[in-house]
Design a binder for this molecule. Structure first.
Ligand code: FE
Length: 212
């Protein structure tokens, strides 16, 4: 099997939302696809370990936000590398509320959908949630970000040789010392990592970095 073939599947970058005990939860996913047009249904794949997955199972509702290319990496960091279990990811963000009572971002969002779960399929590590679209809306007139763009164009804040696409070759010589965030993979180039360094992607401190 050629594992690189999987990287040629196109996908985007989305934030999904739901609710738990009256508060908003959400996370980043890269799998969201319209599966039927009549009725309009969208399928998303969510890792079972994501707090948002358990919230969707309970509420049987979820929102999808299609992120724009100019989405700040800090926003990806908040929703992609922290857990709603112990973090209010929406704090300080510009949001509005949809017809299902779920929040959506009014910036960095190309479109949004409000869905009621019709079916949840256990596929091992993930649940596939098939949702009936109750409402949808176009927001900012900006290009939607693809997962490819996220890696290739925004690579200034992602590891140059440790992206999702390819691990660096074992025999690649390192010319300078660097430090890798064990949470999100961000690379800090430099001999010494400042003790008060904070990862610009996931917000973790220096203790989460390992010298490579
Ligand atoms: Fe990080």
């Amino acid at each position: 099997m050629d594992s690189k073939a999987f990287f040629r599947l196109t996908c985007g970058l989305y934030i999904i939302t739901s609710a738990h005990d009256g508060r908003s939860v959400g996370c980043v996913i890269n799998t969201a696809t319209q599966v039927t047009s009549s009725p309009k249904q969208i399928m998303i794949a969510v890792n079972k370990e994501n707090f948002t997955a358990s919230a969707i199972l309970k509420t049987k509702a979820f929102g999808i936000m299609v992120l724009t290319e100019d989405v700040p990496m800090e926003l990806i960091g908040t929703f992609g590398f922290h857990s709603s279990r112990d973090t209010d990811k929406f704090e300080g963000l510009d949001t509005a509320t949809d017809s299902l009572g779920l929040p959506y971002l009014t910036r960095h969002c190309s479109a949004r959908f409000s869905c009621r779960v019709q079916n949840a399929v256990d596929v091992g590590t993930h649940y596939l949630f098939i949702g009936l679209v109750e409402d949808s809306q176009c927001l900012e007139e900006k290009p939607a970000i693809t997962y490819d763009y996220y890696h290739k164009v925004k690579k200034g804040l992602t590891p140059p040789k440790a992206s999702s696409y390819m691990e660096p070759a074992a025999d690649t010589p390192k010319e300078t010392a660097s430090w890798k965030c064990s949470i999100c993979g961000y690379i800090y180039e430099g001999e010494e990592l400042p003790a008060d360094f904070v990862c610009p992607i996931c917000g973790r401190g220096a203790e989460f970095f390992q010298r490579i």
